[in-house]
Structures are given as structure tokens and as C-alpha cells.
Write a protein that binds this ligand. Structure first.
Ligand code: FAD
Length: 523
């Protein structure tokens, strides 16, 4: 369906069972799960799908090794189950990856090894590979980029990694296939109430400025760190000032070349000098270094890194990697905001102790708010939201006319073999849709390594892309991998978008954005 067809559908007077606000992992998960159960769903996203936190994760599909250390067994068990589902559903976008935890103190191998054996045990038959105790020589063989000095051994364990933004776009496509009306660039500006109950919303098309009224039995607020804005809209008719429930925490990632971490293994240092976690993860032909956990009270759409966060990641990486990365080696820096759920009494405190679990709440008017959690558990969150809607009698039980075994868009069934997410981006990320991409004009015209003209056309025709940023940041991950290189292709991408009928590709806005993702000045 074209954008104008989507908007025409939105304009038809009708009532939905659910109106979902927010097109990140959480909202898209709810839209898909509800559609699969046969509910009539509309989802409105103010920017592009996954423009918020959902394109800015560490790209891990994981049970959460560090939550194990906190003794949160039920959270880990649930996430390990969901890890298996996510990897199964979209093997073109999510694959297992081995991690090495190096040891520099005599007790570390045993201590972490036993914890990771418990991780294997909790995964049960859904495990991705056995945890192994390693000698110093085996660690070096698996991870030639690691400093050998002081290395005593280590542990290898398995988790998953994925392309978060492409996964989100394909969730949107799969939900559409199941009947949901899913629209990006259509932000919710107002909630509608009747007799004190929320009964719909107003949304505004970013491109035309036109407003749409969406009536729904049940309204779901899945706007990540921005949930409190929507909660305030809900409370406004009564003039009540709401208590915020989210304490955002900023996480920064730096991207460097594969020469800093050759091999196929990711590095996890569970406790750096100041007690933080450090990751170095090969991803799409580069290495992601991160991350930080810095409380931040404002919630910008494009948060910038603090200098001390960049310095922390570079300094800590230099302590473990034989080739120390410098600022000038960083090809992209991106920042995400974690929607951590705040215990009311801890306002202003460090965010490390806040809940990583999700919360679902229902306001007096019936607005359902869901936030927290993590990408890996998006489906479990969706189930909890729908359960809450049913127990609060906001939805009626539906004898599903939906399709519980819907095929995830692009999922590889027969034709191609899944490829590791550590290799550079390319056609393999399209799974079973590779032939569809190849059939479009420009399949041999490469605008960037891993991005052809045909892929841009596919992004517009099938993946809801509207702007240069949608293509270079989230359909391709060029912005996140190498901001300067992506800027060099931006004008060509804009030309293809114009030829596909996208009237405002926002080229200059993209060039401005790319300069913020680069630590070097732009040419
Ligand atoms: C640094 C970092 C690393 C992480 N790493 C991992 C990881 O490796 N693995 C993992 O499982 N999890 C990870 N997470 C957690 C995970 O990324 C988040 O839990 C998840 O992406 C949150 O998704 P969301 O849909 O709730 O929020 P978002 O993705 O932020 O989506 C909310 C959406 O709501 C939209 N919105 C806001 N206001 C409106 C409005 N008025 N109208 C319409 N739409 C609106 C926004 O534009 C946005 O797209 C990480 C998080 C961070 C910050």
C-alpha cells in the first residue's frame, strides 16, 4: 500500500479495537500480536519506525547475563525464551554470536563460568551453544585483537545479535500483512475522551499537516521514554499533573573498524575499573564499542554524547584491545535513551539500579501505558499488554480469527542460507525477498557498499521509507556504521526517493544529522 492509500484508510470513519501510539519495538510488537489474535488495530508513529530507542540498541538478543548477577532469574528465563523465538522468527536479521569474557584475576574464570553454566541451564533446549572454560591461549586464538598482558583465561558463551531497525520495519510490515493499519510520520497530538474514558486520538500527518481522528475501544501508549507526555495528555481534561514514571538513561556506542577486533567473537568485560560493563561486538562489518548509563532528564529525539562518555569508552577499550581506538578511528557515534521505570522515591538517583523490567499500567480513563523492558522481550511485553486489556475489560476476548503462525516478512524458509550479522550488510538481509529487490531497477547500481539503488526503491515501495534518513539510518544502517560515508551517498539516495514520489527527501536535514554522528568534521 502506498502512503496515500494508508492515509485514505486512516481517514475512513471507523472504530478500531486498539489504537497503538509509538512505532518502536514495543508498539509494533503490540500491533502485531493484537492483529494475530484477530483485533482491528491502528498504529501511529510520529517519526519513522524505530527512530527512537529501537534503532539505537547494542543489537543484542540476549537473556541478560548481568541481570543473572543481580539474581533476577525470572527476567533472565523469560528473556532466554524470547531470544529463541526472535532468532527463529527472523534468521535473516538475527543470528547467534559467541562472546568471550576474558579473566585477569584468578577467580574470574570460575566465578563467571559457573554463572554462565546457569545461563545455559536456564536456556534449556533453547540454548545457542555450550559455555566453555578457556585457557589464555584459547582466548587469544579466538580473539586475536585482545591484549595478552595479564590474561589468565576466560569463558566463552553464546547470545544473539540482530539488526534492530530492520527488524522493527519488518515487524511493521508483518503487522500490515496481518491487517493492521500502521502509519509512520503521523504523530498523536491529542487524546479523545467521552464520559471520562479515553476513546480515541487525533494524529497529524507530518507531510501534509492534515489531522485524522482515530476512534478506538482501547488506546495503548507505547512511546518509550516519551510515555509521560502521552500520560499528561490523558490527564489534561482533569487538569491533573501526572507523576512521571520514566527515568531516562543515556547509552552511547562508538563504531570502529574490524581491525580493532578481528575474528568472529564479541568481547564482554563484565566489570570495568569503575564497575561498568564494556562490550566490543562485531556487527555488519564493523565493531560496536559501548556502552554508558548516564541519567538524563531531557528527552531529545537526537541525544548527543557527553565528552566524558566518549572518553570512557575509548579509555576502557584501550585497556583491553591490543590496538587502542582513538577518536579519529570512530566512524559513527550514536546515542539511545533507555526507558527505565522509576521507583517514585528515587528521583535523581543513578539509573543503574532502576528496573530493566517492563511495566504495564492502566489510567483512570483506561489509557494503557507500557514501557521499560528490552528489545529482546518485545513479544512478552505485547502479551502482557493484551492480558492487561482483557483483565481490565478494555477488550473483549476474541476467538482468534487471526493467524498465529504468521510468516515474519523476509524470513528465510528455503531459498537462502542465513548469514552471520558480523559480515557487512548486503542482499542477505532481505532473506527470502532478495529476488524481489533484485528485480527492481538499479540492482547493479551500488550507491554505497551494501546499498543499491534497487534497495532504495524497495525501501520506498515496501518498507515505508520517506526520507534520506529513513533509508540511510534504518533500512540500510550506513549512518550507524560510517556517518561520513553515508553522507557521501545522500544526494544520490535523495534523487532515487524523488523518482519514487517522495516529495520531501530532506537531504540537507540528513547531512546535518550525519555530521552529528561523526566525531570528525564533515568534508
Ligand atoms: C543504549 C541502549 C542499548 C540497548 N541495548 C539493547 C540490547 O542490546 N538488547 C535489547 O534487547 N535491548 C536493548 N536496549 C533496550 C531496547 O532498545 C529498548 O527497550 C526498546 O528499544 C524500547 O522500545 P520502545 O518501543 O519502548 O521505545 P522506542 O523505540 O523509543 O519507541 C517509542 C516510539 O514512540 C514514538 N512516539 C513518541 N511520541 C509519539 C507521539 N506523540 N505520537 C506517535 N508516536 C510517538 C517515538 O517516535 C518512538 O519511535 C537498549 C537500550 C539502550 C538505550
Amino acid at each position: 500500500m502506498t502512503r496515500s492509500q494508508l492515509l485514505q484508510q486512516l481517514a475512513v470513519p471507523q472504530s478500531f479495537d486498539l489504537a497503538v501510539i509509538g512505532g518502536g519495538a514495543t508498539g509494533l510488537g503490540v500491533a502485531l500480536e493484537a492483529s494475530l489474535r484477530g483485533y482491528k488495530v491502528a498504529l501511529l508513529e510520529s517519526h519513522d519506525f524505530a527512530k527512537g530507542t529501537s534503532s539505537r540498541s547494542t543489537k543484542l538478543v540476549h537473556g541478560g547475563v548481568r541481570y543473572l548477577a543481580q539474581g533476577n532469574i525470572s527476567l533472565v528465563r523469560e528473556a532466554l525464551h524470547e531470544r529463541a523465538v526472535l532468532l527463529h522468527d527472523a534468521p535473516h536479521l538475527a543470528q547467534p554470536i559467541p562472546f568471550v569474557m576474558p579473566s585477569y584475576r584468578w577467580w574470574e574464570t570460575g566465578f563467571y563460568g559457573i554463572g554462565l553454566k546457569l545461563y545455559d541451564f536456564l536456556a534449556g533446549t533453547k540454548g545457542l551453544g555450550r559455555t566453555e572454560f578457556l585457557s589464555a591461549a584459547s582466548v587469544k586464538a579466538r580473539m586475536p585483537g585482545l591484549k595478552a598482558q595479564g590474561l589468565l583465561g576466560g569463558v566463552q558463551y553464546w547470545d544473539g545479535q540482530f539488526d534492530d531497525a530492520r527488524y522493527a520495519v519488518n515487524l511493521a510490515r508483518t503487522a500490515t500483512q496481518e491487517g493492521a493499519l500502521v502509519v509512520n510520520y503521523c504523530g498523536v497530538t491529542q487524546l479523545l475522551h467521552t464520559e471520562g474514558r479515553v476513546c480515541g486520538l487525533l494524529a497529524q500527518d507530518h507531510e501534509s499537516g492534515q489531522s485524522y481522528q482515530v476512534n478506538a475501544t482501547c488506546v495503548i501508549n507505547a512511546t518509550g521514554v516519551w510515555v509521560d507526555h502521552i500520560r499528561q495528555l490523558d490527564a489534561q481534561p482533569n487538569g491533573v499533573k501526572i507523576q512521571p514514571i520514566v527515568a531516562p538513561s543515556q547509552g552511547v556506542h562508538l563504531v570502529v573498524g574490524r581491525e580493532f577486533l578481528p575474528g568472529d567473537h564479541a568481547l564482554l568485560v563484565p566489570k570495568t575499573a569503575d564497575g561498568r560493563v564494556l562490550f566490543a561486538v562485531p556487527w555488519l562489518g564493523k565493531v560496536i564499542l559501548g556502552t554508558t548509563d548516564t541519567p538524563r532528564s531531557d528527552m531529545p529525539r537526537e541525544p548527543a554524547p557527553f565528552d566524558e562518555e566518549v572518553a570512557f569508552i575509548l579509555n576502557e577499550s584501550a585497556r583491553y584491545l591490543a590496538k587502542a581506538p582513538k577518536r579519529s578511528d570512530v566512524s559513527s557515534v550514536w546515542v539511545g535513551l533507555r526507558p527505565l521505570v522509576k521507583p517514585h522515591h528515587e528521583e535523581g538517583a543513578s539509573t543503574k539500579g532502576f528496573s530493566r523490567e517492563h511495566t504495564v499500567s492502566v489510567s483512570q480513563s483506561g489509557l494503557v501505558t507500557v514501557t521499560g523492558g528490552k528489545w529482546t522481550t518485545y513479544r512478552a511485553m505485547a502479551h502482557d499488554v493484551l492480558t492487561q486489556c482483557l483483565t481490565s475489560k478494555l477488550l473483549r476476548v476474541r476467538n482468534s480469527s487471526g493467524n498465529p503462525a504468521a510468516a515474519f516478512k523476509g524470513a528465510i524458509r528455503q531459498s537462502s542460507r542465513p548469514v552471520s550479522l558480523t559480515v557487512p550488510q548486503g542482499m542477505h538481509l532481505y532473506g527470502d525477498e532478495q529476488a524481489d529487490v533484485a528485480a527492481l531497477p538499479g540492482s547493479e547500481n551500488w550507491l554505497l557498499p551494501g546499498l543499491s539503488e534497487a534497495m532504495v526503491r524497495f525501501a520506498v515501495r515496501h518498507e515505508f521509507a520517506r526520507t534520506v534518513e529513513d533509508v540511510l539510518a534504518r533500512r540500510s544502517r550506513a549512518l550507524f556504521l560510517d556517518a561520513r560515508q553515508s553522507a557521501a551517498a545522500a544526494a544520490q539516495v535523495a534523487t532515487v526517493l524523488l523518482s519514487e514520489g517522495c516529495e520531501k527527501p530532506e537531504l540537507s536535514e540528513y547531512l546535518n544529522l550525519a555530521s552529528k554522528y561523526s566525531l570528525k568534521s564533515m568534508p
